[in-house]
Design a protein around this ligand. Structure first.
Ligand code: FEO
Length: 388
């Protein structure tokens, strides 16, 4: 049974969903799966834009053959060589030896790293180069580090369609609708911040290039297709790529073994809420770091509360903070609560890791075991509330 979806008269969606996958990139939980999107344009010439992950290879090849209806595949445009989009490229080039591979010099190096020397003809393209299929003409837009160095986007001039590679994608495959409507941006945020979040500057440059183009439709490599209603998504991308918080509010993340550090974190959350501050609170050992990274990109303030463990930060908190630093987040206001029975040490270490994320407030709470009095937490709540 073929499953080919027309998105325009001569443009077909040939992607598919992977709902068996547990961890995207073997790191990120995807409880609602993920899609790998590929597009076929049938004009005077035919062109395929990217392939798919090997998880959906068989259905992809069946759909491609069916959608071509006996026609030759003239071009294969590779916007991104990461295997979630290119694992099936070697099989495709072998199955369609007359297809010309259209990509950048940088991507060709990666093609050969994965597949060895290829025998298909290659057309190397640079920024602004064009390729006409007949009615439709592609213009190529380099997008290095969104998310790998070889990435490009392909703009189709007749339909004003931007094939945007990883940009504007999302986790999730449970909504069978191909087109975006009223989207909840949580999984867009978690996808962007964790996958591309480190590369804010390159994303900002590509957004500037894209803003000069009339765009009627956005076709990313994951998630939904956007038809003209993507102003909110663009606003989110501007905030995420410039590391500006989306909302004023406090993310509290705590690491607690016997509940005392949790108690202090909960008290702080209540005191902030009483002061009219938006608060989100998470146990770092319960919530996967990818969700916490996304919340850290969302909010203006971050508070970390941790016990001292092996004379350092509790292991899951250390993982979260290292991950946060690695993702390059900036411009946040941060604070810490530390706990340590005989030698509290986590506070200073957390402050050091948070110093790359923004301003660390000098007010701290140091606990030895249970929280004895609320005054230090109240003082911290006041200091945070003053800066929100
Ligand atoms: Fe969806 Fe960077 O690959």
């Amino acid at each position: 049974m073929k499953s080919i979806k027309k998105i325009e008269e001569d443009i077909y969606y040939l992607g598919g969903a992977d709902r068996r996958i547990q961890l995207f990139e073997n790191v990120y939980p995807v409880p609602e799966g993920v899609t790998y999107n590929s597009y076929l344009v049938k004009d005077d010439k035919t062109a395929l834009l990217d392939t798919v992950d090997c998880a959906i290879a068989d259905e992809f090849f069946e759909n491609l053959a069916s959608a071509l209806e006996g026609r030759q595949l003239d071009y294969v445009i590779v916007n991104h060589m990461e295997p979630d989009h290119a694992a099936t490229l070697g099989r495709l080039l072998a199955a369609y030896p007359q297809a010309v591979l259209v990509t950048t010099q940088k991507a060709l190096v990666i093609v050969e790293e994965f597949f060895g020397a290829i025998s298909n003809q290659v057309m190397l393209v640079k920024e602004g180069d064009r390729l006409s299929l007949g009615k439709r003409t592609f213009r190529f837009i380099l997008a290095p580090m969104v998310h790998w160095p070889e990435v490009m986007m392909t703009y189709e001039e007749y339909g004003q369609i931007l094939f945007s590679a990883d940009a504007f994608g999302s986790f999730g495959a449970s909504d069978a609708c191909l087109f975006a409507k009223d989207e909840d941006f949580s999984e867009y945020r978690r996808y962007y911040c964790n996958i591309v979040g480190k590369y804010g500057a390159p994303v900002s440059s590509v957004l500037k290039k894209a803003s000069a183009l009339p765009i009627a439709m956005l076709c990313p490599l994951h998630g939904k297709i956007w038809k003209g209603n993507f102003d909110k998504l663009l606003e989110k991308y501007v905030a995420w790529s410039s590391y500006a918080p989306e909302e004023k509010g406090v993310l509290i993340v705590y690491a607690s073994v016997y509940g005392h550090t949790k108690c202090a974190a909960e008290l702080l959350a209540s005191l902030l809420a009483e002061r009219g501050v938006t608060v989100r609170i998470y146990d770092v050992s319960k919530t996967h770091p990818s969700y916490l990274i996304a919340e850290a990109f969302r909010f203006s303030h971050i508070v970390c509360a941790s016990i001292t463990y092996n004379a350092g930060i509790f292991v899951n908190m250390e993982h979260f903070l290292s991950d946060l630093k690695a993702h390059g987040l900036k411009n946040r206001t941060c604070a810490v609560i530390e706990n340590g029975g005989w030698a509290p040490a986590s506070g200073k270490l957390m402050q050091e890791l948070l110093s790359s994320v923004g301003t660390v407030l000098p007010q701290t709470v140091t606990m030895r075991g249970a929280l004895k009095e609320s005054a230090p937490v109240e003082a911290l709540a006041d200091a945070i509330a003053e800066t929100v």
